[in-house]
Design a protein around this ligand. Structure first.
Ligand SMILES: [Zn+2]
Length: 441
C-alpha cells in the first residue's frame, strides 16, 4: 500500500510490431491497443484458473480474451508480460469513506469541524491513490460528514486530475436529527453549517427533499441510516432511527433518478423496515435475525459485511472513546455469527470494509478474514467482483475480465485460491486500460 505508484510509461512495454507507412497526417491513428499476456487468469464466475491467456484492450475497454495462441495481437500493440503472475478483475469495495478520516482512529466528535471542505478534499487524494494501488478499481463511497467532498473526488478522478478508483459517491448521510450519520456530542446551542448536516431529515417529506437535493448535487447512491451506530457518540446500534415511511420515501426518490439505496443497519427492526422499503443493501447487519435474513434472500437484498474492521477497532482500546469499544465488543462478535448464517442461507453478500475505520489501502486484508470465517476463497473473491458489480448495477462494465467491460485488471504473485492473502499485495494494477502499478518486471 505504501509502495510508489508506477505510472504508465512506454518504456515499460515492448512494442511488438511497427508497420511503417500505413498512417499519414490525414489518416487518424488507430486506437491504442494494449495486450496483456497472463500466465494465469482467474475466471471469477467458475473459480477456474485458465493458463496462458491473452487480454486485448482498446482504449479503456477489453475487446478480446482467450487462449494466447488463438487470440491475435493486433499490429502496433503494446505487450505487457504478466506470464509470472495471476490476473483477475479489479476489485470492488462497496463500503468506503475516502473523504473521511485516514484510518488512524481519530474519532473525536468535533473532528469533522476542524477541517474545511478543501482540506477534506486534499486529504482524500492519498486515500484514493492507496485504494487503487491495493487493486480496488471501483468503490461505493457511502458517506462523508462534509457533504459532496466525495462527489468532488469522483469528478477529479474521472477528469484525470487525481489517481483513484471509480467512485459511486453518496454525497451526504441521510440520517435523523442527532442520528447515526449526524455529528453528535456537541453542546445543544451549537448549530452546524448546512454542509455538515446536509442529509439530516425528519419525516418522509424532509427525507424526500434531502434525497432530491443530494441527487441534484451529483450523488451516485443514497446512503440512509436506519439504526444507531457503533462509532457515533450516544448512539445505540440496535435502536431503530428512521421509520418505514421515511425509508420508503428515500427509496422512491432515489428510484426516480435511477439510484439505489445503501442502508446502514445493525438492529433487526430497523433493517426489516429498510428491506421492506426496498433498499439494495444492508450495511453491517450486526443483529439481524433469521426473519430479516429470509427477507433479504427472497428480495435479493445484499448484506455488505465489514468483518475486518472489528479487530482494528478493538486494537484502539484506550485511544478511542470507551463507549465505542464496549459497543464493538458486542456488535462485532454478533456480526460474525450473522454473516456466517447469511452465507449458509444463501443471502447475497458484497465486499465492504468501512475503509476510514481501517486504513485506506488495507481493504484486501478482509479476504483472509472472510476465509477464516467460512467463505471459500472463490466465494470471498466473488463478493468483491461479480456480486459487488451486481449490487452497483454495473455488471455490464466491471467485476469480470470479459469482452466489452472496462479494462480494470489486477495481478498477484500467487494463486489466490491457494493463498488468499496474496490479494493483500498487488503486483499489477490497471484501470480503464491505464497501468497504475507494475512490479512484475
Ligand atoms: Zn461506514
Amino acid at each position: 500500500m505504501k509502495k510508489r505508484l508506477i505510472l504508465f510509461a512506454a518504456s515499460a512495454v515492448i512494442i511488438t510490431a511497427l508497420i511503417p507507412g500505413t498512417a499519414n497526417a490525414q489518416t487518424p491513428l488507430p486506437a491504442a491497443v494494449t495486450v496483456l499476456d497472463c500466465g494465469r487468469l482467474l475466471d471469477v464466475r467458475t473459480g477456474k484458473i485458465e493458463r496462458d491467456q491473452r487480454i486485448v484492450i482498446e482504449g479503456e475497454r477489453i475487446v478480446a480474451v482467450g487462449a494466447s495462441q488463438q487470440t491475435e495481437a493486433p499490429a502496433q500493440s503494446l505487450h505487457i508480460d504478466l506470464r509470472q503472475v495471476t490476473c483477475l478483475p479489479g476489485l470492488l469495495d462497496m463500503h468506503t469513506h475516502l473523504a473521511d478520516s485516514d484510518g488512524t482512529g481519530n474519532y473525536s466528535a468535533a473532528g469533522p469541524l476542524q477541517l474545511s471542505g478543501a482540506e477534506v478534499a486534499f486529504r482524500s487524494i492519498p486515500h484514493a491513490r492507496a485504494t487503487l494501488a491495493a487493486g480496488f478499481t471501483t468503490v461505493r463511497d457511502v458517506g462523508t460528514f462534509r457533504a459532496f467532498t466525495d462527489v468532488a473526488l469522483r469528478d477529479a478522478i474521472d477528469k484525470g486530475i487525481v489517481d483513484g478508483p471509480r467512485i459511486v459517491p453518496a454525497g451526504a448521510y441521510v440520517t435523523i436529527s442527532g442520528g447515526a450519520g449526524a455529528i453528535t456530542g456537541l453542546a445543544p446551542d451549537i448549530v452546524l453549517p448546512l454542509d455538515l448536516r446536509f442529509g439530516q431529515a425528519d419525516g418522509a417529506d424532509q427525507v424526500r427533499q434531502r434525497v432530491r437535493e443530494i441527487i441534484r448535487h451529483g450523488a451516485g447512491v443514497i446512503k440512509v441510516l436506519a439504526t444507531g451506530a457503533v462509532l457515533t457518540l450516544h448512539s445505540q446500534p440496535g435502536a431503530q432511527e428512521f421509520s418505514y415511511d421515511e425509508l420508503r420515501a428515500a427509496v422512491e426518490e432515489a428510484g426516480k433518478a435511477g439510484l439505489k439505496v445503501a442502508c446502514h443497519a445493525h438492529g433487526a427492526a430497523g433493517a426489516k423496515d429498510a428491506i421492506r422499503a426496498g433498499v439494495a443493501s444492508i450495511e453491517h447487519g450486526s443483529f439481524l435475525d433469521d426473519e430479516a435474513l429470509r427477507m433479504m434472500k427472497e428480495r435479493g437484498t445484499f448484506l455488505v459485511a465489514d468483518l475486518y474492521d472489528d479487530e482494528v477497532i478493538l486494537q484502539r482500546a484506550g485511544k478511542s472513546p470507551d463507549e465505542y469499544i464496549e459497543k464493538e465488543k458486542i456488535a462485532g462478535q454478533s456480526q460474525i455469527r450473522v454473516t456466517q448464517r447469511a452465507l449458509a442461507m444463501g443471502v447475497r453478500i458484497a465486499f465492504g470494509t468501512d475503509a476510514a475505520v481501517i486504513p485506506h489501502g488495507d481493504n484486501g486484508k478482509q479476504f483472509a478474514v472472510y476465509v477464516k470465517y467460512g467463505f471459500t476463497p472463490i466465494k470471498a473473491i466473488q463478493t468483491a467482483t461479480i456480486e459487488a458489480a451486481d449490487l452497483l448495477g454495473w455488471a455490464d462494465r466491471v467485476g469480470a475480465v470479459e469482452k466489452g467491460k472496462f479494462a480494470d485488471i489486477i495481478a498477484v504473485r500467487e494463486n489466490p485460491l491457494e493463498n488468499i492473502a496474496t490479494l493483500e499485495h498487488m503486483a499489477f494494477v490497471m484501470k480503464g486500460g491505464k497501468v497504475y502499478r507494475n512490479e512484475t518486471r
